[in-house]
Design a protein around this ligand. Structure first.
Ligand SMILES: Nc1nc2c(ncn2[C@@H]2O[C@H](COP(=O)(O)OP(=O)(O)OP(=O)(O)O)[C@@H](O)[C@H]2O)c(=O)[nH]1
Length: 336
């Protein structure tokens, strides 16, 4: 990893520079955010993490400390909680401690335009400087059909920098083909190729690449009907009882609905002292072991189209060591 030239850290204090990280579900946005936080040196970065489910897993997996971070859960900042975005930026600006830079991670199903226009068309225009929209693309799973998601296409259309990530999982032909495709959608984009979103920060931060003038004439879009989440729904699940490892493995390999596109969770298993960071993205899943920073509990979110939340919750309840009815009995409570 290159070290950051000292000039890059000398960001002038005229309006706080803002970079928006976008990209489809599982493309590597949180990985990039962690990469930024690990290499920001003395730059004081505030991060704003948005998830459309009501459990914010990403926020719990960031290496940042709590003071640097504003979480926006249970709604998408490009639509339902757009006002929340303005308030969150104000909260950062009002802090006594100087913040040099703000990085925003959108949900994987966000249309970047309403977020861009919030920065350019509200009182935030004078307080911040929109620097760049950075779009992550999963080189393994992305196709020109862009998952039949209008949001996935818009993320590329508005990307000033497009990062073709996960090149370790795609052939060089596929990566070249994708690069050609991206150039047809967004000829002016700076295209980078990465693994684990490892990128020299001067290529993506304080680059002044957002064509602010061009957006000034498109303000009416802000009020146009939002894409909703392109049919994607998020099913959260939380439990204070651990999972039985064998049952959970069986669920993953045999029962999980095919419509689940993405899942992420912090898991507690009966036979382990460790917390398990679970990531499922398209065709693969991965589990990493870490120490628990606090009391164990299970938190997991499933994202996909046409999901049946009750069925998934029932399947997960069946994987618990102590199922809710038994837990209620054990606690002397009536179960409903
Ligand atoms: N093999 C491989 N895996 C990667 C790479 N970058 C990220 N991943 C993994 O892909 C999964 C998803 O990465 P995230 O950074 O959480 O993706 P995201 O865009 O934040 O996902 P959402 O939260 O759904 O929006 C995680 O398991 C990462 O460890 C890469 O370059 N190669």
């Amino acid at each position: 990893m290159e070290t950051l030239p000292s000039s890059t850290l000398d960001i002038p204090k005229r309006g706080m520079p803002v970079t928006i990280i976008t990209g489809f579900l599982g493309s590597g946005k949180t990985t990039l955010l962690n990469e930024i936080l690990a290499n920001k040196q003395d730059l004081k970065v505030a991060v704003l993490v948005n998830e459309f489910g009501d459990i914010n897993i990403d926020a719990q997996l960031l290496i940042s400390t709590e003071e640097d971070m504003v979480e926006l859960s249970n709604g998408c900042i490009c639509c339902t909680i757009n006002e929340g975005l303005v308030d969150a930026v104000y909260r950062v600006l009002e802090r006594e401690e100087q913040v040099d830079y703000m990085v925003i991670e959108t949900t994987g199903v966000a249309d970047p335009l309403p977020i861009i226009l919030t920065f350019l068309g509200t009182e935030l225009r004078d307080l911040t400087r929109l620097d760049s929209i950075v779009t992550l693309v999963d080189a393994e799973t992305f196709t020109p059909e862009h998952f039949e998601s209008e949001a996935a296409l818009k993320q590329i259309t508005y990307g000033d920098v497009v990062i073709l990530n996960k090149t370790d999982l795609a052939s060089s032909e596929k990566v070249e083909e994708l690069e050609r495709y991206i150039k047809t959608v967004k000829p002016s984009a700076r295209i980078l190729q990465t693994q684990q979103a490892k990128v020299p920060l001067p290529l993506i931060l304080d680059v002044n690449l957002t064509p602010v003038q061009q957006y000034q004439t498109t303000e009416e879009h802000r009020y146009s009907p939002h894409l909703q989440t392109d049919g994607f729904v998020s099913v959260p699940f939380k439990s204070y009882s651990p999972f039985d490892l064998d049952k959970f493995e069986k669920f993953l390999t045999e029962e999980i609905p095919a419509e689940v596109f993405r899942a992420k969770g912090i898991l507690w298993f009966n036979n382990s002292e460790m917390r398990h960071i679970f990531q499922l993205s398209g065709p693969r899943y991965d589990i990493q072991l870490e120490e628990w920073p606090s009391s164990p509990l299970n938190q997991i979110v499933f994202i996909g189209r046409h999901l049946d939340p009750n069925k998934i919750r029932q399947q997960l309840n069946n994987c618990l060591v102590l199922q809710p009815s038994k837990l209620a009995q054990a606690m002397g409570l009536k179960s409903f």
